[in-house]
Write a protein that binds this ligand. Structure first.
Ligand code: 13P
Ligand code: SF4
Length: 305
């Protein structure tokens, strides 16, 4: 669209001048996702790719914890977040002191932390996980620690969904994603009545009652793979709004039923904000030194699994 052209042109030029790459999460709006980003994916893919890039500057078109993870993997590189207020209700739900209290109450129980968390919280963590590898991480930790109980924080619903899949007992924290907690089973049943034959894909940050109504639950990359592999005629993505917009452009033969909830944090990242970040080289993400090594270790353990 013409209204985007000026910013897109400036961003593409600035990327070359600064030797920068733009990493975009699947919830970014289509003009960011399709027109200016170099790497696109779920939280796991962005964490992995941040590790591999040769560029000297990384712009995170995503939320703050994703930029922190990129910085943890690339301390020598400049990592920019185009809007520092792009937070996450899950990351905000828990502090390092909260985890220390959980560990004191459950001595010897390993801590698996969703990457949607601050570096300070990751520093208190044994192994991180994302929605894309949570089952594998939890099963590996249970085997290696020889335990059937895990502290899995801060997403209560992700932990319950993984408990249902694995049978491993989770000690949880009452953190929720403000986008996914709003979906209800009644809503899903109503869409199934309205759209005969619709395939329902839900994100595991949804409440377990919602996941129980779905045909498949998985990360945003899992949803993309599902559509790419099976080419469903009609699909309902129980997740953030831009996900359907981005996939609809990639898979024109699939019809996307579009009830969705917006993430206000993801939506703070705009073309003008990205352009401004590259022009001014702000805001640069820094990790407090006392958290750096233990937080990095918890992400590295995840990536090794
Ligand atoms: P994934 O893309 O890893 O599935 O995560 C979803 C999310 O809510 C990230 O903020
Ligand atoms: Fe956080 Fe939910 Fe937004 Fe993802 S969609 S950034 S989990 S609030």
């Amino acid at each position: 669209e013409a209204r985007f052209a000026d910013d897109i042109e400036a961003i593409l030029r600035l990327k070359r001048e600064r030797n920068a790459v733009i990493l975009a999460h699947n919830y970014q709006t289509p003009e960011i996702f399709h027109c200016i980003s170099d790497i696109r994916g779920d939280s796991l893919a962005l964490a992995r790719e941040a590790q591999n890039t040769e560029a000297s500057v990384i712009v995170m078109a995503g939320v703050h914890f994703m930029a922190e993870t990129a910085k943890l993997m690339n301390p020598e590189k400049t990592v920019l977040i185009p809007d520092e207020r792009a937070g996450c209700s899950l990351a905000e739900s828990i502090t390092a002191e909260n985890i220390r209290a959980l560990k004191r109450a459950n001595p010897g129980v390993p801590v698996v932390t969703y990457v949607n968390s601050s570096a300070a919280v990751k520093a208190e963590t044994d192994v991180c996980c994302t929605s894309g590898n949570a089952k594998r991480v939890v099963e590996t930790v249970a085997r290696e620690w020889n335990t059937s109980r895990i502290i899995m924080i801060p997403d209560e619903f992700l932990a319950r969904n993984i408990q249902n899949e694995t049978g491993i007992e989770m000690i949880t924290w009452p953190g929720h994603c403000e986008v996914h907690e709003r979906f209800t089973p009644q809503e899903i049943r109503q869409y199934r009545r309205m759209h005969q034959g619709v395939i329902v894909l839900a994100h595991p940050e949804c409440p377990p009652e919602v996941v129980a109504e779905a045909d498949y639950a998985g990360s945003t990359a899992g949803m993309l793979d599902f559509v790419a592999d099976r080419h469903p005629e009609k699909v309902l993505l129980v997740t953030e709004c831009s996900m359907s917009d981005n996939l609809a452009a990639l898979f024109p033969a699939t019809q996307f039923v579009r009830p969705c909830n917006l993430c206000p944090h993801m939506k703070r990242i705009t073309l003008p904000a990205i352009r401004h970040a590259l022009e001014t080289m702000t805001q640069q993400v820094e990790i407090p030194q006392e958290h750096f090594l233990p937080a990095r270790r918890s992400v590295e353990r995840m990536l090794a699994i």
